[in-house]
Design a protein around this ligand. Structure first.
Ligand code: MLT
Length: 390
């Protein structure tokens, strides 16, 4: 057999695996250290009550012959897709049910959809960038170019018409920087993609964290987006589903004359048997009135952490962004080198964060903290940070 040589082009470890390894090594060498994790964007609040109850009821159904269900529909149960369509309709976005595909999370979708694209497409990704977009294209052997984010453009790069690309990644609110595009920014990308016949893979996993009413939550709030964009969303960060796994992808019928939509169904029916019935019922409950109230409260708790982190950094005179429409705070590293800052924070304050260098060349010199820990731990971490950097 022959191995996929593209893997040799990857960094040895996935970014968050590398962060976890280093934190583990530190913990083993310093068994009394009390480590606070503000690294990977994993949630700490439990699954919302409405979803827990729905999961219990669905388990009971599965345990009785009269209500037991086997394989579900490849594209997800209609009861959940209807709720997703209704959620979009509240923002004036009309979706047909056959444009919605339920999955086991955004990561599966954002990597799985690459099956539909030829290897000789040029991929354009922002830098800094969620490393999954880049690594999965390296694995396939696609050429990747970058749109640079920096302090001058608010980490919201706009398209350069001189540059040609076929597959464009956007994530807004952005992971890692927390910056979110306004409608004009997204319109520029939609127009650019349509002018090239390119596809935008729009990662909306953090849309629920947007607090500024003027900002778009979905790319389909922009005219022309249904002709060029796929949108991917997740229950992980809002409903606490990082360990449960549930997400969905929208593939409009108007995109590529319906080809991507039907190819995805063909792909899913071959490679995938759907998210479990129990989990889809839990997802359905998230969209009910009680569920929405509960996840709003959870997000508000995380945003309180973000505000505390932002206040602390302001007090310390450290440049930072994010945290207003996003659970991520993106800060400028005192001292510049982001892995050195990682070590300093870990050894000096027992805090695990994520070095900006792990998100690309433009991320070097910056650092990401997440607001997903508890308020107690976040407060403790911020006091330690103040002591360390004062
Ligand atoms: C992150 O920390 O960037 C995310 O947790 C990664 C993910 O959602 O896969």
């Amino acid at each position: 057999m022959k191995l996929n040589k593209n893997y040799s082009m990857l960094k040895e470890n996935y970014l968050f695996a590398e962060v976890a390894n280093r934190a583990k090594k530190f913990a083993e060498e310093n068994p009394t250290a009390e480590i606070i994790k503000l690294g990977i964007g994993d949630v700490t609040l439990p699954i919302c009550k409405a979803a827990v109850e729905a999961g219990k009821a669905a388990s009971e159904e599965m345990g009785k012959a009269e209500t037991f269900r086997g394989y579900g529909p490849y594209e997800g149960y209609e009861f959940l897709r209807e709720k997703i369509a209704a959620y979009y309709a509240r923002r004036g976005v009309k979706l047909d049910l056959n444009e919605i595909f339920v999955s086991e999370g955004a990561k599966n979708d954002v990597t799985g959809i690459l099956d539909l694209f030829a290897v000789d497409n040029i991929v354009l990704a922002p830098d800094p960038v969620y490393p999954v977009y880049v690594d999965s294209n390296i694995m396939d052997g696609r050429k990747i170019i970058f749109a640079n984010g920096n302090e001058q453009n608010g980490f919201l790069p706009l398209p350069d018409k001189k540059v040609k690309a076929d597959i464009i990644y956007l994530c807004s609110p952005n992971n890692p920087t927390g910056a979110a595009y306004d409608k004009a920014g997204l319109k520029a990308w939609v127009d650019y993609a349509n002018s090239l016949g390119a596809v935008i893979l729009f990662d909306a996993a953090y849309e629920f964290f947007i607090s500024d009413d003027r900002l778009p939550h979905s790319i389909y709030e922009i005219d022309g987006a249904k002709e060029c964009a796929v949108e991917i969303c997740s229950f992980s960060k809002t409903a606490g589903f990082t360990g449960v796994r549930l997400g969905y992808m929208i593939i409009p019928r108007r995109l590529a004359g319906g080809a991507l939509n039907s190819m995805w169904l063909r792909r899913q029916s071959t490679k995938y048997n759907g998210a479990s019935y129990i989990v889809q019922r839990m997802g359905e409950a998230v969209f009910c009135e009680e569920g929405m109230k509960q996840i709003k409260a959870g997000v508000a708790a995380y945003m309180k952490n973000a505000a505390l982190m932002s206040d602390t950094l302001t007090k310390l005179g450290i440049w930072h962004t994010g945290g207003v429409n996003s659970p991520y705070i993106w800060l400028k590293c005192p001292g510049g080198d982001s892995w050195a800052f990682f070590d300093r924070l870990l050894s000096g304050a027992g805090i695990v964060g994520t070095p900006g260098a792990g998100f690309g060349k433009m991320g070097e010199g910056y650092f990401r903290l997440t607001a997903f820990n508890t308020f107690e731990n976040t407060s403790k971490a911020m006091s330690r940070l103040e002591k360390l950097l004062k």
